[in-house]
Design a protein around this ligand. Structure first.
Ligand SMILES: [Zn+2]
Length: 426
């Protein structure tokens, strides 16, 4: 169900995908129509097995990735008969897309209100108690019919959580191709200074406007690319955890992620140059990666040891009250570091401790999977092509923190049998 360009070009293709989402079985009917170019329409029918407690399954009713997508938001709500809408943005994303969207909705006769989320002390909007309460106060019980997340992954997380708690659907209007979490069903929140992922909902519709995305700052574009490059090591770790820890595996979700990653790498130069082709390829890949996680129901396809390192650094920054680094910027550099560690261990016999039992038993297989993970140098080169940081020094991660994170990061997800965990526990 990945969004491949040849498929987008094909007129009216229908794909049926049966998937298991936690305790429910959901059928997704994906109807891809070319329309004016890249217009993807997906809808699904919840045919829950009846074992759940009345939770709603994640689905996209509409997915638009094209220039001028903002203009399609108002007709979408008119079609659904929803008028009272609450738009959540921060000062930057309001300027990037929010103001224009609000205006077009008013002109269409809708009644949008605005919640301009306040930044935390560090200067960024953070998905914490303060931001969540600010949004909850702006929601009018029994009146607000839908929420609109305009902006970053963080704004999406605040909105997906508040919407979920209030039983109000939300739609996604990303303002930068910076992360693959726009479509996610879980919300990583910072509660009492601790990062915790809370169940929430995925958007009912996504309107990704290329005119907006192409004006996104380079560092955000490079971060999205870094988040995608991280799939090299997450896909490897997923296979390894399936083999050695019996963790569930899904070929289809793996294949979607692999193809999204390959497309991103093929377009690295265009992404760095922020051409329309590059931004389209990147945003498509980020959405596909999100869909792979929704299909699988867990984050395995898109998150392995490189994400655990990134989370470790993030928590340390939170503890120190430092301004957060971009998620994808950390993931990209962490992917290069993990690649070095893994190749050193499996191919050169360099271990942080002893040789893991799993490597003794499955060395050949592990090395064959590792052949798909580019060298540290190749990953850094790709990061540079996209115009993002490629080293710990550029990120500002010191040697002490890095060494500690390499030893301890696997404990962030103690139930994941990554190769990093095997190396640290050997
Ligand atoms: Zn990520």
């Amino acid at each position: 169900m990945y969004v491949q360009h040849s498929e987008i070009k094909a007129n009216r293709k229908l794909l049926y995908v049966q998937l298991r989402y936690e305790i429910e079985t959901v059928f997704i009917l994906a109807a891809i129509s070319s329309g004016m170019g890249r217009n993807l329409l997906m809808s699904n029918v919840d045919v829950g097995t009846g074992t759940g407690g009345g939770t709603t399954s994640p689905f996209f009713e509409k997915l638009v990735l094209e220039a001028g997508a903002l203009k399609q938001v108002a007709p979408f709500f008119l079609e659904h008969g929803s008028r009272r809408l609450l738009l959540a943005a921060d000062a930057n994303t309001y300027e990037a897309a929010g103001r224009k969207l609000e205006q077009s909705m008013r002109e269409a006769g809708l009644e949008p209100s605005l919640c301009l989320l306040e930044p935390a002390e560090t200067g960024d909007v953070v998905a914490d108690e303060a931001a969540i309460v600010q949004l909850l106060l702006a929601i009018e019980p029994g009146m607000t019919e839908a929420l609109i997340a305009v902006g970053s992954g963080t704004i999406h997380d605040i909105v997906r959580f508040a919407g979920h708690k209030c039983g109000i659907p939300f739609i996604s209007v990303p303002t930068a191709p910076s992360v693959d979490g726009f479509t996610s069903a879980g919300a990583p929140l910072t509660i009492r200074g601790m990062k915790t992922t809370v169940p929430a909902v995925s958007p009912t519709a996504i309107f990704a406007d290329l005119d907006v995305l192409m004006r996104a700052p380079q560092r955000l574009v490079a971060a999205g690319f870094g988040d995608m490059l991280g799939k090299y090591t997450s896909l490897f770790d997923w296979k390894f955890s399936h083999l050695t820890g019996g963790e569930p595996y899904n070929e289809q979700a793996a294949e979607i992620t692999e193809r999204a990653l390959a497309s991103c790498v093929r377009h690295a130069r265009e992404i760095g140059g922020r051409t329309q082709e590059g931004i389209t390829a990147l945003m498509t890949a980020l959405i596909e990666s999100g869909i792979a996680m929704l299909l699988f129901g867990q984050s395995h396809p898109a998150s392995g040891a490189e994400h655990h390192l990134s989370h470790y650094w993030e928590m340390e920054y939170l503890r120190r009250g430092r301004r957060a680094l971009l998620h994808g910027a950390k993931v990209g550099v962490a992917c290069a570091e993990i690649s070095r560690l893994y190749h050193d261990a499996a191919e050169r016999g360099v271990f942080p401790g002893g040789e893991p039992e799993a490597l003794r038993r499955h060395g050949e297989l592990v090395r064959s999977w590792l052949a798909d993970v580019p060298s540290e140098a190749a990953i850094r080169e790709l990061l540079q092509l996209a115009g993002g940081p490629s080293s710990l020094a550029e990120l500002g991660i010191g040697d002490g923190l890095f060494a500690r994170s390499l030893r301890e990061a696997h404990r962030i997800r103690p139930n994941r049998h990554t190769f990093l965990r095997a190396l640290n526990e050997a």
